[in-house]
Design a protein around this ligand. Sequence first.
Ligand code: DAH
Length: 348
Amino acid sequence: MEAELQALVSQAEAGQDTVSTWPALAEFKATFVGPNGSLTAASKEIGKLPNEQKPVFGKKVNETKQRLEVVFDSIRERIENAELAAKLGPQVDPSLSVSENQQGTEHPLTQVREKIIGIFRKIGFTLVEGPELETEFFCFDALNTPASHPARDMQDTYFLPADFVLKGGGKRGSENFIMRPHTSAVQIRTMTKRKPPVRILSPGRCFRRDTVDATHSANFHQVEGLYVDENVTIRDLKALLDHFVKELFGSDAKTRFRPSFFPFTEPSFEMDVQTSNLRKLSGKWIEIMGCGMVDPNVFSHVGYDADQVSGYAFGMGVERIAMILHGIDDIRHFYQNDLRFLKQFQFA
Ligand code: DAH
């Protein structure tokens, strides 16, 4: 009897290597411990034995069962490991050299920003940067934007809590800190520190409480320009921007100025561009920036004499320009870091 049980275990051990799937394992187990299995049959023999032998034999049957379980477990582990290895795929060799094609590229927004900056730099504009965390004074009051102006609304601008304090202060009276909704604040910061003439370009990140969709982002980038000197006129502004669009879009690019309103310029314009090499947009008038002559009220806030100097200012969105230049239809592509998108600008 005992020899028979030992033979079952040997049989299982010898056969285990042929079992490599879950159904095969179920079948294999059944030949031993299923209703018609050999161990099940052996254990039925207990009833025929004299009483004193029953416990001894019963113990042997249990031991056999345990030894068979060890065999079943090892088959189970082998199948699981094989399944995992199939999922993981071929083994990685960390000592292999990296493909040479992994060179990164500048983000398309960086490329376009640098292109814009480069054009203005060549004609004498210098770069100035300002803080992203601003105050209402620099973003609104000094830019002649009254307290009741809709752009100041909590719906449009990110306000910091009224009790927020910044090391070193910086607040005037009861005004609030805000995340700058435009880079025009840099005009004020520059003019309060420098005497005219001033010819600056100011790129940077801006924030607005916009619901994100294909053309809006709560976080975007602008480039602001300002020129103040004696006798600056609208003709100077138009000549500058005509030059700018030809450099950026090609020599056949034309501009069109439409009357508009900004609190900090008078008169104010929206400037459109038309050019022939912009795929779907070719031949269409496309709005690309706001601009105008600096409002005398702005000069009074920074201590400039509006009878002595005049100036122009302009501001444009980097995302918008990049979308027009590259035919991109969704602003969200810029922020998703999808290499399939970014790699298209490798050689731009
Ligand atoms: N700050 C404006 C905006 O965010 C853009 C702008 C318009 C800037 C006219 C200017 C300007 O400097 O003169 O919509």
